[in-house]
Design a protein. Structure first.
Length: 235
């Protein structure tokens, strides 16, 4: 089986629980560390699927790797190779597929409930539950690309996820581990302090409360979604 390509945009924003999930099912994967200057592939067909993680930059920034990533996503969509995006990754997918990425009305940092849309596509990706607590760290948001279906949202950000065939783009984070949450709180202390006026920004103490239990519940929700995504892998 060809490996799943995972694209990392910041050292602290690796694949997290997603890598654990792939390993538990014996699915090979290859990490491309964009933050470390790794050479990027030119052909999406080298892989069974493409996965784009988060990052502090904007998809609208003038960075040399962004057009390359957008092209890989378009290649994969044309070849029916599944693409998965987390936060920045979801924004890259939205932009590549014809959506628009811009500033979100409300910055979100911390744990927050998301609602599963009342449609068959949403239930296929997130199960029969109507809501769950996801992790958030974003100041921008995307529109739903043409032909895609909105499948998650909340009161602060209407578009938390979309699906288009085998492809899933998310604004929220479902890949979190305890270690990642702790590291983000440590690295992002100044950002949290500067955005404390936002009704959707939590302080580190609140984010870290009952962390093990929250991550365990999130991993269980993520497992359902990742299981659906790997069904589409090119074998």
């Amino acid at each position: 089986m060809k490996p799943v390509a995972i694209f990392r945009h910041a050292p602290s924003e690796g694949p997290g629980y997603f890598a654990t999930f792939l390993d538990s099912r014996g699915i090979p994967w290859q990490l491309f560390r964009i933050d470390a200057g790794d050479a990027l592939p030119t052909d999406a067909r080298q892989f069974s699927g493409l996965v784009f993680m988060g990052g502090p930059m904007s998809v609208n920034d003038d960075l040399p790797w962004i057009p390359h990533s957008l092209e890989l996503i378009r290649q994969a969509a044309q070849a029916d190779i599944p693409v998965l995006g987390h936060c920045l990754g979801g924004q890259l997918m939205a932009k590549a597929l014809g959506g628009v990425v811009g500033r979100s009305p409300v910055k979100e940092i911390g744990w927050g409930e998301v609602t599963v849309a009342d449609n068959a596509t949403a239930k296929a990706w997130f199960g029969e539950g109507k809501k769950f607590d996801a992790f958030h760290w974003h100041g921008e948001t995307f529109t739903i690309p043409p032909g895609a279906t909105g499948i998650l949202g909340n009161k602060h950000c209407a578009n938390q996820a979309f699906a288009l065939g085998k492809h899933l783009g998310m604004q929220c984070h479902i890949e979190m581990t305890e270690e990642m949450v702790r590291e983000w709180c440590e690295l992002g202390g100044e950002e949290i302090a500067s955005a404390s006026a936002s009704p959707a920004v939590q302080q580190p103490a609140e984010i870290l409360e009952n962390l093990a239990g929250r991550v365990k519940t999130l991993n269980a929700a993520a497992q359902k979604t990742y299981k659906k995504w790997i069904e589409g892998l090119v074998r």
